[in-house]
Design a protein around this ligand. Structure first.
Ligand SMILES: Cc1ncc(COP(=O)(O)O)c(C=O)c1O
Ligand SMILES: N[C@@H](CCSC[C@H](N)C(=O)O)C(=O)O
Length: 443
């Protein structure tokens, strides 16, 4: 066994990981990380926008190869592209760009986040065991339940915020450990580093898979933390405008990449050329969108907390796993939830909001408000929601890039109109569920 690294060795390694010593250690990409061989690797904000293509006219954005088939130069075929289900230049360009951004050897683009999870779970066979969390996106829960009921896959839902619970559940049949962090919608933090380590130690064949939709590669790189596969709903932050559905899968093991590509080619779920173009365009602004969305989310989380609501957001020091989150991530993201302890009150708040659109999804430039138990997580039955301690009154806010004062104004109006707070010239009083009132100076 290799000797453990000293802190000095670890920090040198971390430093060197951003240096592109051999000119281009990453996968074949539309552009090297840095155009200067041996130079420091560009920062992520630069990599997001820096791309190149071998377009014959020097087009500065990747052309949309809207073609199902590609003519071959010989009767035995064999050209790089033959049929868009198998491969398309616009999709390849996006995939290589995403691999670079996600620090991966291979990225694959498919038609939705759920499509990505479908491709990943096709690595499983009957009798395999999956360990996953007890606070999961509703669609993920639905697909896992389908696999359990129809494909002979055994699914264990455990409290994934407790590393020991995960450890206890690992057996020699564990084929996959599937994690989300922060969880959707309870914003619980999962220790990817420890879980990846104990999973691999206990069963070297277990694949650690992380759904990184809530943070995006801008804020978290699960592959760098020990995960084997990372996937994201490209419908959210990666594209950023709620105008496409997409999913991205990334990994560092070429064999795994080939297996998942095989499924994509076999089932035809690869991302269309047009949507690949839109995702490529959207991802270029990820850094500035995320920066603004996060700073707005932080202000809004503080506003709600100051007025007495129970707020779940890893940017708040009151988050019970604040330190764990910041040991892994570069930011808190822009999704938060809060409780009113009264379902009818929550409904009134959501319906009174105007600037905040009542909508599922997140990661868009527009701000959204929703009640997860009625909307995004309605596919989890009420009994299971109760067992998993999902508060029925929980309101989720997915913060966009609007002016933060406008967002706060609209939220304040909705809270007043719904009767969640009383507003006087000097004070704002938050009416807590138990009937108590807490007050703070008018904002
Ligand atoms: C955390 C998370 N993962 C995956 C998905 C699935 O993504 P998509 O809607 O693109 O299929 C969603 C939302 O839909 C999500 O919230
Ligand atoms: N009706 C949809 C709901 C999609 S929820 C989208 C997103 N992940 C979110 O958390 O808001 C379904 O049944 O999947």
């Amino acid at each position: 066994m290799a000797a453990p690294q000293t802190p000095a060795q670890a920090s040198k390694k971390a430093l060197l990981s951003r240096v592109d010593l051999d000119g281009h250690a990453l996968p074949p990409s539309p552009a090297p990380s840095s155009p200067h061989p041996g130079a420091r690797r560009y920062a992520l904000a630069t990599e997001l926008v820096y791309t190149d293509s071998k377009d014959q006219y020097g087009a500065s954005s990747i052309p949309i190869y809207q073609s199902a088939t590609f003519k071959q130069t010989s009767s035995s075929g064999g050209n790089e592209y033959d049929y868009t289900r198998s491969g398309n230049p616009t999709r390849t360009h996006l995939e290589r760009h995403m691999a670079k951004i996600m620090n991966a050897n291979r990225a694959l683009a498919v038609g939705s986040g759920m499509g990505a999870l479908d491709v990943i779970t096709r690595l499983l066979k009957p009798g395999d065991e999956v360990i996953t969390g007890d606070d999961l996106y509703g669609g993920t829960n639905r697909l896992l339940t389908y696999l359990k009921n129809n494909q002979g896959v055994i699914v264990h839902h455990v409290d994934s915020t407790n590393v020991d619970r995960v450890k206890e559940a690992i057996t020699d049949k564990t084929a996959m450990v599937l994690l989300e962090t922060p969880t959707n919608p309870l914003i619980k933090i999962v220790d990817i580093v420890s879980i990846a380590r104990i999973s691999h130690e206990a069963n070297s064949k277990a694949l650690v898979v992380v759904d990184n939709t809530m943070l995006s590669p801008m804020l978290l790189n699960p592959l760098d933390l020990g995960a084997d596969i990372v996937y994201e709903s490209g419908t959210k932050y990666l594209s950023g405008h709620h105008d496409i559905m997409a999913g991205i899968i990334a990994c560092n093991n070429p064999e795994l990449g080939d297996k998942m590509y095989f499924t994509i080619n076999s089932t035809g779920c690869g991302l269309s050329p047009n949507d690949s173009f839109l995702l490529m365009r959207g991802v270029k602004t990820l850094a500035i969108r995320m920066e603004r969305q996060q700073s707005n989310a932080q202000r809004i989380a503080e506003y709600l907390e100051e007025h007495g609501f129970k707020v779940r957001y890893p940017g708040l020091k009151s988050h019970p796993q604040y330190d764990l989150h910041w040991s892994m991530a570069r930011g808190a993201g822009a999704v938060l939830s809060f409780e009113t302890q009264d379902v009818a009150l929550s409904e009134r708040i959501v319906e009174a909001a105007r600037l905040w659109g009542i909508s599922v999804s997140f990661g868009c430039v527009n701000s959204l408000i929703s009640m997860p138990c009625r909307m995004s997580h309605a596919s989890i039955d009420a009994k299971t929601r109760q067992e998993r301690q999902m508060p029925e009154d929980i309101i989720r806010l997915c913060v966009g890039i609007e002016d933060v004062e406008d967002l706060i104004d609209d939220l304040r109006n909705a809270l007043i109109q719904a009767g969640a707070i009383t507003f006087t010239i000097d004070d704002i009083h938050a009416k807590n569920v138990d009937g108590e009132e807490s007050s703070s100076s008018a904002a």
